[in-house]
Design a protein around this ligand. Structure first.
Ligand code: AMP
Ligand code: MG
Length: 337
């Protein structure tokens, strides 16, 4: 055989062999829940499964949105009807919301909507409300007064819900379920910085996912994940600067009705379930460093955390030691046992 042809044939076979080893990624991107979302999955049927994920996230948005008038949440928030019948998804979020509310001592509170709106976070017309007005609105934020049975919800007049702190994590869990049921064994979801992975990378190695630099630039750390989620709440995500030059962020303290002011830049949670990670990233941010550490120590090992502080410090749970690599010159690094 002609030498040139032999080389050509050999390189073709090599190409085929590597093709069968490295599965092709199917990437789907869309905007839902005010978030740019991407789904990368591998394997037969991945493209169709991604499409089903998109449809499911859009369906969840139509149920949970605070602004779509036909949504369950809109009806709960705006209707005078005493008892609202809701879908199984809304019922689930109210039940889990109640668990998180109790578990975190109300650091997580999905009934802060009236307060958050008053500060302008729902419209972008930001303002610092008068102290008296905040006090008035806090009267309507007792989530324990939301009652539910057989899919019917009652709540005191004026109480309004917002699942902004857990909706994307929940949607991620649903997405992973859809991909799994479709036979996908390897996938990575990025729902606006909420990362959820199914299995490992197609070659069997862990996914490596970066933690955002709150001050801009390259990721400050990389974490290895398999069948897990990594969810971050950051003060840098949404905020405004008041006339007093102070920074007011989108994460609220339900005791004061004000944006959280503490020494944290971001809280990242690594765990198995998206809704749990999403609830905890917001909650531990509200708690602040010391209470967040206490909370982690009391809960045992069902999640890991990585906290970045304003003074360029890094604090993380020691069980991450073998899966985290630091990529930033922190002024201090502390492992918590
Ligand atoms: P996340 O980005 O997951 O931390 O969620 C923040 C969003 O959740 C905000 O934009 C609000 O809509 C809502 N939120 C703010 N503070 C709280 C809180 N303490 N508990 C529950 N939801 C909150
Ligand atoms: Mg959250």
């Amino acid at each position: 055989m002609n030498k040139k042809l032999t080389i050509l044939l050999l390189s073709c076979f090599a190409g085929l062999a590597s093709c069968s080893r490295s599965a092709r990624a199917e990437d789907t991107s869309f905007t839902a829940m005010n978030t740019y979302m991407t789904v990368k999955s591998y394997g037969k049927g991945a493209a169709a499964a991604n499409e089903r994920v998109r449809q499911e996230v859009e369906r969840l948005e139509s149920i949970l949105s605070t602004t779509i008038e036909s949504s369950d949440v809109y009806k709960i928030n705006n209707s005078d009807v005493e008892e609202i019948t809701v879908s199984a998804e809304t019922a689930f979020l109210i039940e889990r919301g109640a668990d998180f509310y109790k578990m975190t001592g109300a650091a997580f509170n999905p009934a802060l909507y009236p307060v958050i709106r008053e500060w302008g976070f729902t419209t972008g017309e930001y303002k610092v409300p008068k102290a008296g007005r905040i006090q008035e609105l806090l009267e309507f934020t007792d989530f324990s007064q939301v009652k539910m049975w057989d899919g019917n919800v009652t709540r005191p007049a004026g109480l309004q819900l917002d699942f902004g702190a857990i909706g994307k994590g929940y949607a991620g869990d649903k997405a992973i379920e859809i991909l799994k049921n479709a036979g996908v064994e390897s996938a990575l979801l990025d729902f606006g910085g909420n990362i959820q992975v199914l299995g490992t990378k197609p070659d069997g190695s862990d996914w490596t996912v970066g933690i955002k630099n709150p001050w801009g630039g390259q990721p400050v750390a990389a974490v290895k994940l398999r069948d897990a989620c990594m969810i971050t709440s950051g003060g840098y995500e949404r905020f405004f600067i008041g006339e007093d030059e102070k920074k007011y962020i989108h994460i609220f303290d339900s005791k004061t009705g004000r944006p959280v002011e503490n020494d944290l830049e971001s809280v990242t949670i690594i765990c198995r379930e998206g809704i749990y990670g999403d609830a905890l990233s917001t909650s531990l941010f509200v708690m602040g460093l010391d209470k967040a550490i206490d909370f982690w120590q009391q809960r045992g090992l069902d999640f890991d955390f990585v906290i970045i502080t304003k003074d360029r410090g890094l604090v993380y749970s020691a069980s991450l030691e073998n899966s985290i690599s630091l990529l930033f010159d922190f002024d201090s690094v502390r492992l918590v046992e």
